[in-house]
Ligand binder design. Structure first.
Ligand SMILES: C[S@@+](CC[C@H](N)C(=O)[O-])C[C@H]1O[C@@H](n2cnc3c(N)ncnc32)[C@H](O)[C@@H]1O
Length: 321
């Protein structure tokens, strides 16, 4: 990563986490170490950071970037859905802040061999964690049509899911679909003539044109890596390892992720979950969080200008009660 790399919503994340020298922080998606670097810098000289990532190759880069912080940084290869267990293995119980910066890293997107991008020729892989057994190619070639339609509709919100799946099924019966560009072309060809470019809304409601394969690739990536399920569990894990007063920050990149974060935060911030009109509270639900971003935080126009990938980002934060 270049020294000029500025992680998404960096200042906003630091404002919420307030890294200090007495603190222990978890960057549960350490990636290339962008946010991690700043958390360590701001908690100088004794603050500690645990960096977690499912992608072993990201950890190699994070290690190169963060080794200057010596014993203050520890990197763990693992899934944030197992965060509590991962920390216990390293004799850490409670921490002062947790960051989840969801989605793919620029390393994953820009390495054609990983198969995440419909713009580069590569194998149809998309596994963030090399230990996962099922790749995107296996899903595309082996799943029954109904399952593919469901994946593209649910995880990609793809309007033309049925048409696309019909094309996929026809093409895969001729020969297996094994490359990113092969799939991107099949999806593009399946789109109605007038709609060769698709439209999407960014998280702050702006309309932009996207390649027709964008949603199918997003859907496949989510399916391969069980991203939404991991997020659901990962949020509970993050809250469970926080000390009272500790902060959890989540940066999401599409509405499916953001909905999960919003709903989980709201649930954990409720004092009572009894049905309305119940005369006295019987639920024994415990409020765990106080939400500190009533509305999500978006990157500024100047951040988006410098880093177009930031345009879809949304930050939500909450404090452990
Ligand atoms: C957007 S990048 C993080 C970038 C990082 N904040 C930086 O500034 O360099 C997201 C990272 O999260 C990782 N990741 C995705 N799902 C994960 C999970 N369930 N557990 C741990 N890491 C995950 C990906 O492998 C990727 O490296």
């Amino acid at each position: 990563m270049s020294e000029t790399h500025i992680p998404v919503l960096r200042n906003e994340v630091l404002d919420f986490l307030k890294p200090n020298p007495e603190g222990i922080y978890v960057d549960a998606t350490i990636g290339l170490g962008g946010h991690g670097f700043w958390i360590l810098k701001k908690s100088h000289p004794t603050g500690r950071l645990i960096g977690v990532d499912v992608d072993a190759s990201a950890l190699v880069i994070a290690e190169k970037r963060l080794h200057v912080f010596e014993k203050r940084i520890r990197l763990i290869h693992g899934n944030f859905a197992q965060l509590r267990h991962l920390l216990e293995e390293h004799q850490i119980n409670k921490v002062d802040g947790v960051l989840l910066d969801l989605g793919v890293s620029s390393l994953q997107l820009d390495t054609p061999d990983r198969g995440f991008s419909f713009q580069h020729l590569g194998p149809l892989d998309m596994r963030m964690d090399g230990r996962i057994s099922i790749s995107a190619a296996q899903i595309i070639n082996k799943s029954n049509p109904d399952k593919l339609v469901k994946i593209f509709k649910e995880y990609g919100e793809e309007h033309y899911a049925k048409q696309i799946v019909r094309h996929i099924v026809a093409k895969r019966s001729e020969k297996p679909i094994t490359s990113t560009l092969q799939l991107a072309k099949i999806v593009k060809d399946a789109y109605p003539i007038k709609t060769k470019r698709s439209k999407a809304f960014t998280q702050n409601g702006q309309k932009r044109e996207i390649h027709p394969a964008t949603r199918v690739f997003q859907a496949l990536r989510i399916e391969v890596n069980a991203e939404l399920n991991n997020l659901d569990i990962g949020l509970d894990m993050a809250v469970s390892v926080l000390k009272p007063g500790g902060c959890v920050c989540v940066i999401s990149f599409h509405s499916l992720e953001d909905r999960i974060v919003k709903q989980r935060f709201r649930h954990l911030a409720k004092t009572c979950i009894c049905p309305p009109k119940t005369p006295i509270c019987i639920c024994e639900h415990q409020q765990m969080l106080q939400i500190v971003t009533n509305r999500p935080i978006f990157p500024s126009a100047s951040e988006i200008e410098g880093n177009p990938r930031a345009r879809s980002a949304k930050l939500r934060a909450a404090i452990k009660i």
